[in-house]
Design a protein around this ligand. Structure first.
Ligand SMILES: [Zn+2]
Length: 543
């Protein structure tokens, strides 16, 4: 063996070391579970689409780019299709705790893979139990939740129309604290609804101060008055109140289903936009979410009854109707309340009660041969309440202007219908494709890339979900493969039960929820704490 041969191993070691100092060798791509080949990737950042491959391994995106050399268990050619992050529904009423709602099919069919729950002030303070039940039972989409001001107030004070005592305020603080400790995103309120309506601005700020002890906590508001609240404060003051609550409690603010309501607010979206822009210039993180429909859906009591008359709950309501003098005032105010909403013709029942479903309030009044207030009274007495839509409450041009704002996210505000809700709001089936069609595909209001961003990356940024809402290596593989040519909703107010078209494949945490346009019902969604930490199902937890 000559000198050179003897020194060869040492020489090789030097070469390897030198190579180690130079350009880093790209990590070898491991064998993947799945490669989506040659799709047009719209990654959720707002960047325009680009053709590339997306590789999935162990529930996450493991590689992107040219993966033609990589190996995988399965390769699916998605040439010509749009590959987007799974969408995030920022204001959802998916019935994930009900058997009929767990699979979340109406949401999945739109490309939605994550929903934000506990909105309108309704979120439970028992957040840990809620997240665990979702994880244990299995849910079709990922889900996060707020703790709700209205829920907390009701727990402590019932339906009382008064300020809390110091002890009661402390009790409410404790419930908010518990919700936050157990993983809530922040505080939601529904000051439009009872009992939220009975709270002052300061009360909500006091509870917000508890939530804001958690970094990045959010205040989600269904405004006190979107513009059609009887004896309300008006749209402008209501938006200002939401911003004030965020500013004084130290919470970031999102306005739910943001849009001015009613005949007096046609063409006035610019007022709300200016208030939000002004807050943002002052350094506050204020944003909003929208759906593209002109109808709302809520309940008859909230739309028809003045708030003072709802105080104390059903027995107190019944007593007021039974008292002659009170009843006379009440009947007049019911008529006035409904007038602000376009009248009984615009109130369409979506309730499971077959006597009501699919009829307008005007039709029920005619059928029952009664007056409008007496019909409202009878429905509240016999049914407690009733689910209703309010047709044509929003102005389509307001909605279009709002869609163009860079801080505007997307929501369904949709509630999974129970059996018997033959007529229900089509937004639960169609809000996302409808928005994409109206503002990006069938017009030039926003680009497809910005529409996708409003449905994914913008929401993930706001929720501080670092590994969702964008297509990037390391992110959870929540992926929608969409044919934009056929992506649409055919759900209507009279024929709502139609799943959206156009989502060819949908992955939730790397598992197919929709494959070749067919539901898999894998229930691959995760229950997420604030910040996105998944809650493990009890079955897989170590004893
Ligand atoms: Zn709401």
């Amino acid at each position: 063996m000559d000198a050179l041969s003897r020194s060869l191993p040492a020489l090789l070691a030097v070469v390897v070391l030198l190579a180690g100092c130079g350009e880093p060798e790209p990590e070898p791509i491991p064998h993947l579970d799945l490669i989506l080949l040659r799709g047009t990737v719209v990654d959720g950042t707002g960047a325009p689409g680009r053709v590339e491959d997306v590789g999935v391994l162990d529930g996450r995106i493991a590689a992107m780019g040219d993966l033609s050399e990589a190996t995988a268990d399965e390769r699916i050619d998605v040439t010509g299709l749009t590959v987007a992050p799974g969408f995030i529904d920022m204001h959802s009423h998916a019935e994930l705790t009900e058997d009929y709602g767990r699979d979340a099919r109406p949401f999945l069919a739109q490309g939605i893979t994550t929903v934000v729950m506990g909105v309108d002030g309704g979120g439970t303070h028992e957040v840990g139990a809620r997240l665990r039940s979702w994880a244990d039972e299995g849910i079709g989409v990922n889900a996060l939740t707020y703790v709700g001001h209205g829920h907390v107030r009701r727990e402590v004070m019932g339906m009382d129309d008064r300020a809390p005592t110091p002890e009661e305020l402390d009790a409410m603080r404790a419930l908010v604290r518990r919700g936050m400790e157990e993983g809530a995103l922040g505080l939601s309120s529904g000051l439009f609804y009872t009992p939220g309506f009975y709270a002052t601005t300061d009360e909500v700020i006091e509870l917000g101060l508890v939530a804001s002890e958690w970094e990045d906590a959010i205040y989600d508001t269904h405004d006190r008055d979107l513009g059609a609240t009887y004896q309300g404060v008006g749209y402008d003051a209501s938006v200002a109140e939401g911003i004030q609550i965020g500013a004084e409690s130290g919470l970031r603010v999102i306005f739910s289903h943001f849009n001015p309501q009613g005949a007096t607010n046609r063409g006035r979206a610019d007022v709300g936009i200016a208030l939000i822009e002004d807050a943002r210039l002052r350094g506050l993180e204020v944003a909003a979410a929208q759906h593209p429909y002109t109808a709302t859906q809520s309940n008859l009591r909230a739309y028809a009854l003045p708030r003072w008359a709802a105080a104390g709950g059903p027995d107190a309501i019944a007593r007021r109707f039974a008292d002659r003098d009170t009843s006379r005032i009440l009947q007049r105010q019911i008529v006035e309340s409904l007038a602000m909403r376009g009248g009984p013709d615009k109130i369409l029942f979506a309730d499971a009660d077959p006597r009501l479903n699919g009829k307008t309030l005007a039709q029920v009044v005619a059928e029952w041969g009664s007056s409008v207030p007496r019909t409202v009274e009878r429905i509240l007495r016999e049914n407690g309440n009733a689910t209703v839509m309010n047709l044509e409450l929003y102005d389509a041009e307001n909605t279009r202007l709002l869609a163009r704002q860079p801080w505007m996210m997307t929501c369904t505000d949709g509630r999974t219908p129970a059996e018997g809700q033959t007529v229900t709001h089509p937004r639960v089936y169609g809000a996302f494709p409808q928005k994409m069609r109206m503002y990006a595909l069938d017009s030039d209001d926003i680009s497809v890339a910005l529409a996708v961003r409003s449905m994914s990356g913008l929401a993930a940024d706001f929720l501080r979900l670092e590994d969702r809402g964008r297509l990037a290596p390391g992110s959870w593989a929540d992926i929608a493969v969409i044919d934009l040519l056929t992506y649409r909703s055919s759900a209507t107010y009279t024929d709502p039960h139609r799943y959206a078209d156009g989502v060819r494949h949908l992955l939730v945490n790397g598992t197919f929820a929709i494959r070749d346009g067919e539901f898999i019902d894998a229930r691959a969604g995760m229950a997420l704490r604030n910040g996105g930490t998944p809650v493990s199902p009890a079955a897989s937890a170590t004893p």
